[in-house]
Design a protein around this ligand. Structure first.
Ligand code: PHE
Length: 361
């Protein structure tokens, strides 16, 4: 028996190169190299030959097998590339096209409020600092003068993370406030420090006025002669600029935070006459933030000498001040992802707030 190995190879390779899709290529592979394929069938015939002829024909068939397999691989690669190119061409988006008015998106009130906060504090010389949502227990608590046995830990309804075996790992938390960014900043910066840190915070609490995730903005100033007057002036300027009300009335009430001493909570003056909330008028008060002078122990733990430096810090709820300014009555609607709500309360995306042109579009 003499097989025309060259003829077989040429015929198969020609057909492989003409295969138009992966399916017909696979059919060809089965036809040539499959268990009942033509090359396999030829291999089975070898047994009937005498040893010399068998070796020669075997080598020739193996060479054909390799060439055919190589041709299939090359064709497969080419077909896959073509398919990808076709798909990319079909899915191409022209990013230079203007948005259709009925499809135009809006900026979420939280994004708008953060932009406004950054514009105001930016003007005062603050930089934006950041920290991760997943924080270690040390920076969220211990370095803020909240040691493990401190009752303030219970006040925070902390989400603890599980370790690799699914066991609760007390050393990693979802940050319960933005204050750990104070620690991160002090550990890595030599004063003077002037930063704000807006971001997400988490507490295991959910009702009319609490959501498990919410936003805060932290402020931290550390310098050689920083005092409580600076804190008051800074917050007064911020509130007047943010609420766009000159000399907005603020009330500082003595309070307690483990990481500040003295500490205060700040209320803003408002009126609720006729069910309508007006900021900056009337004789009602609404709490908007916590603040105080950075505790000397907190400075020292983060490597800043409290004999040489003092600082002030504050933490404000972003949803709270967004609700007050924009008359949004229900906290939970912030996170409903309802486009009708966003259409109503959202903001034009391309008009960044500035103090010169005005904060709100
Ligand atoms: N971290 C405090 C809270 O979440 C707020 C705060 C920040 C108070 C900075 C004082 C100084 O309640």
């Amino acid at each position: 028996m003499t097989i025309d190995t060259e003829g077989l190879a040429q015929e198969l390779i020609e057909r492989i190169e003409r295969a138009q899709d992966l399916q017909s290529l696979e059919a060809l592979r089965v036809e040539a190299l499959g268990k009942k394929g033509r090359i396999t069938a030829e291999m089975k015939q070898l047994g009937g030959l005498d040893p010399d002829a068998r070796r020669e024909a075997g080598q020739a068939l193996n060479a054909v097998k390799d060439r055919v397999a190589g041709a299939i691989e090359a064709r497969r690669k080419r077909l896959e590339d073509q398919a990808l190119e076709t798909q990319l061409a079909a899915e191409a988006v022209d990013v230079s096209l203007p948005a259709r008015p009925e499809r135009r998106g809006k900026l979420h009130p939280i994004s708008q409020t953060v932009d406004e906060i950054i514009a105001i504090f930016g003007q005062m010389g603050f930089e934006v600092a950041e920290g991760p949502d997943i924080e270690d227990d040390y920076k969220n608590f211990t370095a803020l003068n909240i040691p493990p046995e401190h009752p303030a830990r219970q006040m925070h309804d902390t989400f603890y993370l599980a370790d690799a075996d699914g066991r609760v790992d007390m050393s990693t938390v979802l940050r319960t406030h933005t204050s750990p960014v104070q620690v991160r900043t002090m550990e890595t910066t030599t004063p003077p420090i002037r930063v704000i840190a807006p971001g997400r915070t988490y507490r295991s609490d959910s009702d009319m006025t609490h959501t498990p995730m919410f936003h805060q903005v932290e402020g931290l100033v550390v310098d050689k002669k920083t005092h409580f007057g600076h804190l008051k002036g800074c917050l007064q300027d911020f509130c007047s600029a943010y609420f766009e009300v000159e000399d907005v009335p603020l009330r500082f009430r003595p309070s307690y935070f483990p990481f500040t001493e003295p500490s205060a909570e700040v209320d803003i003056g408002c009126s609720r006459k006729g069910g309508e909330l007006t900021i900056g008028a009337g004789d009602d008060w609404l709490e908007i933030l916590g603040c105080g002078m950075v505790h000397p122990k907190v400075l020292a733990m983060s490597g800043i000498d409290p004999e040489e430096y003092q600082g002030f810090a504050f933490g404000m709820g972003i949803e709270r001040i967004a609700m007050l300014k924009y008359g949004i009555p229900d906290l939970r609607t912030f996170f409903d992802a309802d486009v009708r709500w966003l259409d109503h309360y959202g903001f034009a995306p391309l008009e960044a707030p500035t103090l010169i042109r005005g904060l709100t579009p």
